[in-house]
Ligand binder design. Structure first.
Ligand code: HEM
Length: 527
């Protein structure tokens, strides 16, 4: 520790107070929405229509709290009861069929024209009103993220570290002694800046206007969806005019377009200049692959950038914030991960370690810690899909066209068959598992590491731990935090690098604790 200039950071978990991001209002709306869904479900509940449809959600309604904590608890209880069977729940948006871990393996590789992720997301996000869909360009977006973005981020680590230092210098308190700090809004700004650097380059990534638009787009769109869901589908074409957020979305798209247009024009006119070096960011990669007639369609660029921000900023900043809280609660993990970060970045033989591509990949205990944090704090459901052609599963379940599917992510994460002592937070859980010999490849529906746990450009020198299916970026039937199959999150390698960079830097320079008298949140994690 004496090589460090240790500062003290103590967390203040009260709601954030920065002007552009009102967590309080979005959380309030979320609770109201969940309450509304539960109440509507109660009104429209029809146990007679389908015996599978009736019981679980009906049980959910027996005098339950309408807060999400209540829903989470009940959903995990329902999952425990219906462990390996498909069952249905009813919401304001219709019936959702919940697919268990044991059957999802039969579905995850089906083609888009049989089981569609795009249609399911587009319907869930009411894209015809909110524009939250990449439409014809979604495959390009995914491909660019899988190939260019991750490789670029590895190259950019030193630049991003400098950017992080700059953010800390300008937006973080000095911390001469324990200093209270609201970490969540800071993380949103940090992730937005770091990702922005890779997506739009330094000209825009430090612009407050760009940051406001890219951070707020997802929030505005989610509020718009929630408000629209209060209206039955048949009245939405008219009701949309009562939802002011839809206007804000259009304005944000226009603002983003106005900011991107001069930049893209300049690049296109410079393209033929001898010696012109193309910038290495998403604007450029996307422009390069667009057909000639779309290269000057600045609206498409604006939409793709805002969709990219919507997919990446809040997901990554939320998980980083969760990790910081888990570090504050599990003090022993700070020592373990700090030691690892010193070993990778600061020991004498590791000269220029921040410049080395393999450095981040060597943070294997941190990788495990982030995965454990995610296991205990992630979404309630995953694998949102719509059945386009009838499907018959091996247990006899028939899924007709039009069926909407989900998987019970929160229940899987707390299932002791997959995670012994599931309620215990064990930051090294996955690190220990990675050291076990790789088990023979199970058939069909068991956890599939095969679904790529490594980024396209794998790190050079670090010898891989044997069991790669327990890496943070691994996906599998019991490991659906990033989804499954062809549509599994293509940005997860990017997110992993960003989170590790932020955590390493903070651990090397700060100690973290909860405010005196502040208890850990009542989630299942415990030391
Ligand atoms: C901790 C951070 C993140 C989490 C937990 C997360 C989670 C997810 C999940 C659950 C899905 C749906 C997968 C499926 O349906 O099978 C998804 C899709 C997606 N994510 Fe992420 N994500 C994260 C970060 C990112 C980042 C940083 C980017 C961009 C750089 C990104 C871009 C996308 C895109 C474009 C899709 C849609 C893929 C498709 O439909 O083919 N995500 N993400």
């Amino acid at each position: 520790m004496d090589v460090l200039q240790t500062q003290h950071l103590n967390l203040n978990s009260t709601t954030n107070d920065i002007s552009y991001y009102s967590q309080t209002s979005s959380r309030f709306i979320y609770y109201v929405a969940v309450g509304a869904i539960v109440l509507c479900a109660w009104f429209f509940q029809s146990p007679k229509r389908d015996p599978r449809a009736s019981s679980p959600f009906y049980e959910l309604l027996q005098g339950r709290s309408i807060l999400i904590v209540g829903l989470f608890t009940e959903l995990t209880a329902v999952v425990a009861k219906f462990k390996d069977r498909a069952y249905q729940i009813r919401s304001t948006e219709g019936v959702r069929t919940i697919i268990p871990t044991t059957l999802v393996g039969e579905l995850k590789s089906l083609p888009e024209d049989t089981l569609s992720a795009k249609t399911a997301v587009s319907e869930a996000m009411l894209s015809e009103y909110t524009h939250l869909s990449a439409d014809a360009h979604s495959d390009i977006l995914t491909l660019l993220l899988k190939t260019k973005a991750t490789q670029n981020l590895q190259r950019m680590i030193p630049t991003l570290k400098d950017e992080l230092q700059y953010i800390l210098a300008t937006e973080f308190p000095t911390c001469d002694d324990w200093t209270p700090f609201k970490i969540q809004p800071f993380m949103v700004r940090t992730v937005s800046r770091l990702s922005g650097r890779a997506f739009v380059g330094s000209a825009l990534s430090r612009s407050e206007e760009w940051m406001n638009v890219s951070v707020n787009f997802a929030i505005t769109a989610f509020i718009a969806v929630t408000k629209l869901q209060f209206f039955p589908p048949w009245i939405r074409p008219v009701a949309q005019y009562l939802v002011s957020e839809l206007k804000t979305i259009r304005k944000d798209l226009a603002k983003a377009q106005a900011m991107l247009e001069p930049l893209i024009k300049e690049r296109l006119s410079n393209a033929d200049t001898p010696g012109f070096e193309k910038p290495d960011d998403f604007i450029q990669w996307f422009s390069d692959v667009l057909p000639e007639e779309e290269k000057r369609d600045y609206f498409i660029q604006a939409k793709m950038q805002l969709l990219l921000s919507a997919s990446s900023i809040h997901t990554t900043s939320n998980l980083t914030t969760d990790c910081i809280y888990d570090l504050a609660v599990h003090q022993e993990m700070q020592d373990i991960l700090r030691e690892e970060a010193i070993e990778v970045f600061e020991s004498e033989e590791k000269e220029n370690a921040w410049e080395r591509k393999d450095s981040i990949a060597r943070l294997k205990k941190m990788d495990s810690f982030i995965k454990e944090s995610q296991r205990l704090s992630s979404n309630v459901t995953s694998f949102i899909r719509k059945v386009m052609k009838p499907i018959d599963l091996s247990d006899g379940t028939h899924l007709p066209s039009g069926t909407s599917l989900l998987t019970p992510l929160a229940g899987i994460s707390l299932d002791e068959r997959y995670f012994p002592d599931p309620e215990v937070f064990d930051g090294l859980r996955f690190w220990k598992l990675r050291q076990q010999p790789e088990s023979p490849k199970p058939s069909q529906s068991a956890t599939t590491a095969a679904s790529s746990s490594s980024p396209p450009a794998s790190p050079r020198s670090s010898p891989p731990l044997r069991n790669s299916k327990y890496q943070f970026t691994s996906i599998g039937d019991t490991n659906q935090n990033f989804g499954l199959g062809k549509h599994a999150c293509p940005g997860r390698f990017f997110a992993a690098q960003e989170i590790k960079l932020i955590l390493s830097y903070l651990l090397l320079h700060y100690e973290i604790k909860l405010r005196d008298g502040e208890a850990p949140s009542p989630n299942p994690s415990s030391s």
